[in-house]
Design a protein. Structure first.
Length: 152
């Protein structure tokens, strides 16, 4: 039997940034910088959260609230915590916060090849609505635009 550490989700603070950067750099070919994460934490339109396994950052997510919409800007889970519900937990947290802030919809882009993430988003009620050609670089790839109504 695999032991799992309970996950706690909370707002990101500066003390989390070094571990967030490690996950970011291991997850993406064009990672965000330290200053980008710090800017997100201080922006009134951003929601930056971490999923903690004890004192370790298991994952993070950043969402932007613009008018009445939540846009998922960045989300990643440490490799050793994937497929354990961490990403889903963070998304549920963000969607509840979006509702609290008066958002009525949510959107995101996801790499066309990222079947695991696309499956998670579909399970959360997102639907594919468009393709952004060559949206990603390194490697070049299309993005699938997905949206979710929050007033369901």
């Amino acid at each position: 039997m695999v032991e799992t550490t309970p996950i706690t989700i909370r707002e990101m603070d500066r003390g989390h940034v070094p571990q967030v950067l490690e996950i970011e750099q291991a997850s993406y070919p064009a990672p965000w910088s330290e200053s980008a994460f710090i800017n997100e934490m201080t922006s009134g339109a951003s929601v930056a959260i971490v999923a903690l396994a004890g004192e370790s950052v298991a994952g993070f997510a950043v969402g932007w609230t613009v008018a009445d919409q939540l846009h998922i800007a960045n989300i990643a889970v440490a490799a050793c915590h994937r497929r354990r519900g961490v990403g889903t937990g963070m998304m549920v947290w963000l969607l509840k916060e979006a509702g609290r802030r008066g958002c009525i919809s949510s959107s995101l882009e996801v790499r066309e090849s990222n079947q695991a993430a696309r499956s998670m988003y579909r399970q959360l009620g997102y639907r594919s609505v468009a393709v952004r050609k060559t949206y990603y670089s390194d490697p070049r790839e299309d993005a699938i635009v997905m949206v979710k109504d929050l007033e369901e």
